[in-house]
Design a protein around this ligand. Structure first.
Ligand SMILES: [Zn+2]
Length: 338
């Protein structure tokens, strides 16, 4: 049974007040500061207050830390020992919710990151032949800390390194070979020891990292554009001149995917809207990721048309502008156009 909008609103306000909670960016979850079940701080206990959709049910709850979860409002309030808040409309209701509504919560959420060090010899650069070939300008070197290890450690001798920061801490890096994709493929075809296009840091799993995360400012940034790779972020940022614009921030989740941890991290910063800006291949996967995101955010898809390039790095300003002005699609529109 779907509760009326007014009743949902009333209950949501009650929950916010009684549990000193706050709404997440998409206004779809009440986040409770301390989990009543494991006492973990940091707003890890969430009560879903959005409309019943995609297996999500108003009032279901989950702790991202201890994984305690309840499938309905009635069960949540009973567990919280607040049966008095159960509205009479659902008191008598027989609740037979399918087990698969718990699907979302099965993955363990772990957002702890260790601080790392850049490879030996690393020094930031403000001029680099390879990065220049990828369009880097003076601002890019400034905004997106990067450099080389100047050949000190042989392993990274022919790589540029892009720092990944999280709340100011260095938590990872992307290492990109300075050879072009085609040259690498040509070399690898004829040599026994292969050149890797990427040699990234390994201390933290990349599913827990977001590139350009620190540009998202809580309270200011309402939208993010999710790209596949760090170079897409930098290209899009440059082409749309978003350097000082904090209301919309391009980020990347490293591949055509998003993890629970990454979504949680966006929620924590109050992001409300997500524009998916993946490469224009594998549209089925884009659609799946969009459905995942829809549980927490308003989702639009930047559908890159055929013929203008496969990703942001390859596109010029006019084509990019045209997509944001005229070609942002809802999930339904995107699915219909496939
Ligand atoms: Zn907990």
């Amino acid at each position: 049974m779907e509760l009326s909008y007014d009743l949902r609103k009333e209950i949501t306000e009650e929950l916010l007040q009684d549990f000193h909670g706050k709404l997440d960016g998409g206004r779809k979850n009440v986040l409770v500061p301390t989990c009543p079940f494991c006492s973990h701080d940091g707003y890890k206990f969430a009560i879903y207050v959005g409309p019943n959709r995609n297996g999500k049910v108003f009032g279901m709850s989950n702790c991202y830390h201890c994984q305690t979860s309840y499938r309905t409002l009635k069960m949540t309030l009973t567990a919280l020992d607040r049966k008095d808040l159960i509205p009479k409309e659902i008191e008598e209701l027989d609740e037979d919710i399918e087990q698969d509504s718990l699907r979302l919560f099965e993955e363990e959420l772990d957002d702890e990151l260790v601080e790392i060090e850049m490879p030996k010899g690393y020094k930031r650069c403000y001029k680099n032949r390879y990065l220049k070939s990828r369009g880097f300008n003076a601002d890019d070197y400034e905004y997106f800390p990067c450099g080389t290890n100047r050949g000190v450690d042989f392993k990274y001798a022919d790589y540029v390194l892009l720092e990944i920061r999280d709340e100011g801490r260095l938590v990872g890096f992307v290492g990109r070979s300075t050879m072009s994709k085609d040259d690498i493929e040509e070399y690898n075809d004829t040599h026994r020891y292969k050149i890797l296009r990427y040699k990234n840091s390994t201390e933290n799993e990349f599913s827990k990292l977001i590139y350009n995360y620190d540009s998202i400012v809580a309270g200011k940034t309402t939208s993010v554009i999710i790209c596949e790779g760090a170079f897409d972020v930098i290209a899009l940022n440059r082409k749309l001149e978003l350097y000082e614009n904090k209301s919309i921030v391009p980020i990347c989740t490293f591949g055509k995917k998003i993890s629970q941890t990454q979504m949680y991290k966006l929620q924590c910063k109050g992001v409300e809207q997500v524009v998916l800006g993946f490469d224009n291949d594998a549209k089925e996967t884009t659609s799946q990721v969009a459905n995942e995101l829809e549980k927490y955010f308003d989702v639009l898809i930047a559908d890159i048309p055929d013929g203008v390039g496969k990703d942001w790095d390859e596109m010029d300003f006019d084509d990019i502008y045209d997509i944001f002005a005229n070609n942002l699609k809802t999930i339904t529109e995107f699915n219909l156009s496939k």
